[in-house]
Design a protein around this ligand. Structure first.
Ligand SMILES: CC(C)NC(=O)[C@H]1CCC[C@H]1Nc1nc(Nc2ccc(C(=O)N(C)C3CCN(C)CC3)cc2)ncc1C(F)(F)F
Length: 280
């Protein structure tokens, strides 16, 4: 729409926005609700401190991820409209996801129903098919990186995108639970890493915990590389769901179920809401 394209072209400054309530804290700074004054367009303004970016040596990574994110257009990928900076801070102008952070919802519900899980997994598969079509591998699919739009639709929101090849192992803090064997063993990997992570996410939606969770990192590593996949007796989950997860969490990345096949799997066909929105 017109005001959104206007948002992208211009040189932005803080004066272009009315700043609203804080939405929370991201990795490198705060996120605020904001309104662009001319279009009245509501956005999220992510404020990153240059000092912290420098300290963590992520400036070039942020630049690359912003470059990629600003070119992605998909209903299940959070938009990056633009950015600007001043002496001390970098500001990202992002799409506002009205229903907030998915991981908080998962903590509240403990785990999701099969219909809700399948609806979310199908919409993420469609977003990843789109990304892989543009040679973008996400590499960081996990509940903390997912936001929920006003209609209940999922938005992949992390900027950990990487183009083509894996450039640097993600040594920053954060859970190991989602790393597939080839990343844990840091050998070459391709878009199929996202299929593995989507399988881990599907398991966590259904059981409330990731499949290879362990007290010590070394135990999590071992469970991942051995694909030590076990399904707890509770909650009771359909064998169809377990079949799909078992076809995604395969050590040999070339043998993992391709994303377009996932969308045809009986568990997805029978449980996912075609609109991609879980209406409860
Ligand atoms: C993926 C990434 C890793 N995560 C993030 O960036 C986080 C870091 C902080 C916020 C979020 N970033 C965003 N959040 C929203 N929407 C939003 C968030 C939180 C609430 C909410 O529950 N409250 C305000 C509640 C309201 C009730 N009170 C009690 C608690 C907070 C409601 C809407 N839109 C866009 C963004 C984005 F990404 F563009 F910045």
């Amino acid at each position: 729409s017109s005001e959104v394209t206007a948002v992208e072209k211009r040189r932005w400054t803080l004066n272009d926005f009315d700043i609203g309530k804080p939405l929370g804290r991201g990795k490198f700074g705060h996120v605020y609700l904001a309104r662009e004054k001319r279009s009245n367009h509501i956005v999220a303004l992510k404020v990153l401190f240059k000092s912290q970016l420098k300290q963590s040596q992520v400036e070039h990574q942020l630049r690359r991820e912003v470059e990629i994110q600003s070119h992605l257009r998909h209903p299940n990928i959070l938009r990056l409209y633009g950015y600007f900076y001043d002496q001390k801070r970098v500001y990202l102008i992002l799409e506002y996801a009205a229903k907030g952070e998915l991981y908080k919802e998962l903590q509240k519900c403990k785990y999701f129903s099969e219909r809700r899980s399948a609806t979310y997994v199908a919409s993420l598969a469609r977003a990843l098919i789109y990304c892989h079509g543009k040679h973008v591998i996400h590499r960081d699919i996990k509940p903390e990186n997912l936001l929920v739009g006003a209609q209940g639709e999922l938005k992949i929101a992390d900027f950990g995108w990487s183009v083509h090849t894996f450039n640097r192992r993600r040594t920053m803090c954060g859970t190991l639970d989602y790393l597939p064997p080839e990343m844990v063993e840091s050998v070459e990997h391709d878009a199929s890493v996202d299929i593995w992570s989507l399988g881990v996410l599907c398991y966590e939606f259904l059981y409330g915990v990731p499949p290879f969770e362990a007290k010590e990192h070394s135990d999590t590593y071992r469970r991942i590389v051995q694909v030590d996949l076990k399904f707890p007796p509770k909650p009771i989950i359909s064998s169809s769901a377990k079949d799909l997860i078992s076809q995604m969490l395969v050590k040999d990345s070339s043998q993992r179920m391709p994303l377009h096949k996932l969308l045809e799997h009986p568990w997805i066909v029978q449980n996912a809401d075609p609109s991609g929105v879980y209406r409860g």
